[in-house]
Design a protein around this ligand. Sequence first.
Ligand code: NAD
Length: 419
Amino acid sequence: MTAAVRDVSIFGEAIAYFNEAADLLELDSGMRRILTHPTRQIIFSIPFQRDSGEFEVFTGYRVQYSFARGPGKGGIRFHPGVTLDEVTALAFWMTWKCAVVDLPFGGAKGGVTCDPATLSSSELERITRRYAAELVEVVGPDKDVPAPDVNTTPQVMAWFMDTYSMHVRQNQPGVVTGKPLEIGGSRGRVEATGRGVTICTLDQMEHMGLNPKKAAIAIQGFGNVGMYAAKFLAERGCKIAGISDVTGAYYNEKGIDVAAAVSHAAKFHNLEGFDGGERISNAELLVSDCDVLVPAALENVFTSENAPKVNAKLIVEAANGPTTPEAASVFKERGIVVIPDIMGNAGGVTVSYFEWAQDRMGYFWKESEVNERLEDVLLTNLREIRAIAEKRGATLRTAAYTLAIDRVVKALKLRGIYA
Ligand code: NAD
């Protein structure tokens, strides 16, 4: 989802979180300067022909923020609100997200300013192929590895992979992740982000002494991430008291029947008309009576206005950037624990890494193997973040940035700055 309109630079705001951790690490000004500048920003025109024969030109972006720890990694977003500022911020976040879970990747992100709702499948294919063709020299399994993001599907990844492979005259499934299984995708990738949210939530609840059988969980968003998080948490015996999507929210203090909600959403494509709970507003869900809140929809949902009214003891950020810096300060003052997005939703990029590794080996794992490795990666790093937070008296967000920045800085120092 693209950011709600706020009159601030998204990249500028993202740097605020970075600075807090950089202060804690006593990072010198030269290193700060390097880390707050993207390595490469690419902007290009995408001429394309409508099915009607008419020509249009869209703008495409790829920002390769850092290569310190490996090839770039990050999704491609097709949305009318895509800007260079947004793509840069997302590439910046990808740098820390990959580092916080210790993947051998840098950070990148791409996008096209277009409205896929107005595009036919063949128009979408033409835009994707031209976008990929413009990037042939700068992406690749050892250069930069895109993935799906808002409005880009496994099919879009398949077209991207095919276009790149045609240009380099060899099959290169490792150039993108999030592909369909038939052409080098990984088992477990589709569910990976929601599974990762579940792993982080259960571990943090245990740490905080919240009984998963008794605590109430509310989840905002019932798309890929929110729906799988609800499903897996319910399967582990948790009570999902609230769910929502763009059509509205539902609350049931006895617990929502998640399987019924999943069937409803599969049948009607959203939750409209779901009768398994009291209908409340989306705003009410965020301040509802619950112990754990999982924002899994949009950016900037917690603000200085609603943060003081949040009842949850734990927030697990499944969406990217759901908490404004002002809301983060309120949560800190109120002692509300927040697992930050770069950790909370890192399950997706972790299984993308597994996909890239499997493509390069040409050997594909069973789903149980993917899930076991995912749990190991997430728990190892979540526990490390927690230890840093406890040692330094910092929030989990600052601790996560501290761990990520420290890893990137160590890699940069070992390689040396080629200045
Ligand atoms: P999606 O499009 O599948 O689902 C988004 C959901 O949010 C939908 O159910 C939609 O109805 C709901 N929604 C939209 N506006 C809402 C509102 N105002 N109130 C309540 N619900 C609303 O998207 P997704 O893939 O599930 O991604 C959700 C978030 O997770 C995004 O921030 C995305 O960047 C992030 N994320 C996704 C992945 C992934 O693997 N899909 C990985 C990392 C991060």
